[in-house]
Design a protein around this ligand. Structure first.
Ligand code: SAH
Length: 407
């Protein structure tokens, strides 16, 4: 690593030439160029800073290179930057990301501090759970020792007293051909925390056997759902109780379903954490396949006033979108049929490949088939700490529709 560092500092920044399609993509505001859009065979050290040119030699900016990923380069800036200038750019970008969150992340000690492309730090994700920060390097570049050090130093400076946990996703390390590494505490001592969103408390365990975390991107949607929720509520795909715990404050009864027992165990611990502080109804946690449960419950004539559907991403690729839409439709159709008059449906999709328009169409078909008239109350997305970078559609992935029955 040291040899690499010295080379990088003394050598001129290497140039990567991209095809017309790659150049058009960058000029259109995207930050990625795929390997198939690199013109010459490129043999560069992993994670290297490169200058990007089009085939006519016109400069497109500076990017971080990956020797393994299909996304070969991720643009950092349209300026031409040297390795020596890279640390100060990273520090500035981290400071800007932190400053932005201080403005938008309200009623929470937990939020995404750095959201990769959307903070112009492509390949870096940092989440805050009260006084524990988690850092995830998604690329070879952010795995480089010098860059990790800059990230750690900056975060410690901005969040004094916080511990830092590096969270490792073995799949991503494999894709980037990075050596295996365990998740570990890289600064401070703690890897556990109790954190709060909208006044609801949750356990966080960054390293333990039951690694926990949260879908921080739903934080504002939890609060929005609680504004409309009433009566008897059903939370499908509850994970560690994100929606259910919020609904318990305003609903008469809450039933929460997930197929993962470990997730439900944490959900119950989260429920206990909140019981002491607030009077809220007891939650019934059920380990089941949500598809089967909805079928059985609707056959049994069960009814609800509020239903939340927040399944995992059904469409992992573009090819699987039709199947995903069928899955979403089945869930939404069953839920709509089980709602009482004036009932509320909160329906989510975190599949990037299913756009908001398609998701709305799907809900339209489901409503027509269910014979229910539905009014859209809110079209929502990710919380503001997960901003969307225009022209990088991959940064907009979460849809959350809040709808009500109107007859
Ligand atoms: N609503 C949650 C996040 C849900 S993530 C929150 O706000 O925190 C998706 C969840 O769906 C995971 O917990 C996973 O265990 C669960 N899951 C996946 N397939 C399922 C199925 N067929 N039935 C029930 N739960 C399922």
């Amino acid at each position: 690593m040291l040899a690499f560092q010295e080379d990088a500092l003394t050598e001129a920044t290497p140039v990567v030439v991209v095809s017309r399609r790659g150049a058009t993509r960058l000029r259109g505001g995207h930050l990625w160029v795929y390997r198939s859009d690199l013109v010459q065979p490129v043999d560069l050290p992993r994670g290297r800073l490169v200058h990007v040119h089009d085939e006519r030699g016109r400069k497109l900016g500076s990017a971080l290179y990956s020797s393994a990923s299909q996304i070969a380069i991720r643009l950092l800036t349209s300026e031409l930057l040297s390795e020596q200038q890279l640390p100060s750019l990273l520090r500035e970008r981290i400071a800007a990301a932190v400053e932005f969150r201080r403005r938008v992340a309200r009623d929470a000690d937990s939020y995404r501090v750095i959201f990769s492309e959307a903070d112009l730090l492509p390949g870096l994700i940092v989440d805050k759970y009260n006084d524990v920060l988690t850092v995830q390097a998604l690329t070879q570049a952010f795995d480089r020792a010098e860059l990790r050090q800059i990230v750690t130093e900056s975060l410690v400076e901005h969040f004094p007293g916080c511990s830092l946990v590096e969270r490792v996703d073995p799949n991503i390390r494999e894709l980037e051909q990075l050596p295996e590494r365990p998740s570990q505490v890289v600064h401070g001592e703690r890897s556990n925390a109790i954190f709060t969103m909208n006044g609801v408390r949750f356990h966080f365990d960054g390293l333990g056997g039951q690694k926990t975390g949260a879908f921080l991107d739903q934080r504002e949607n939890y609060a929005a759902a609680a504004r409309y929720a009433h009566g008897d509520a059903l939370d499908c795909f509850t994970y560690q109780g994100g929606f259910a715990l919020h609904l318990a404050r305003v609903c008469q009864s809450v039933t929460a379903v997930d197929s993962s027992r470990p997730a439900l165990e944490v959900a119950e611990q989260n429920e206990q954490l909140n019981h002491a502080a607030h009077r809220s109804g007891e939650i019934e946690w059920i380990e089941a396949n949500a598809f089967d449960l909805l079928k059985d419950y609707s056959a049994a004539g069960r009814q609800y006033d509020t239903i939340v559907l927040d399944p995992p991403a059904f469409a992992k690729t573009k090819r699987t979108v039709p199947t995903a839409l069928r899955g979403y439709k089945e869930l939404n159709l069953r839920a709509l049929k089980m709602l009482r008059p004036a009932g509320i449906l909160v329906t989510c999709s975190c599949s990037f490949h299913v756009g908001e328009a398609e998701f709305l169409d799907m809900l339209g078909w489901a409503a027509a088939d269910a014979g229910r008239r539905v009014r859209i109350l809110e079209k929502r997305g990710q919380s503001q700490d997960h901003p969307v970078l225009l022209n990088v559609p991959e940064t907009a992935y979460l849809k959350c529709l809040i709808a009500s029955l109107i007859d």
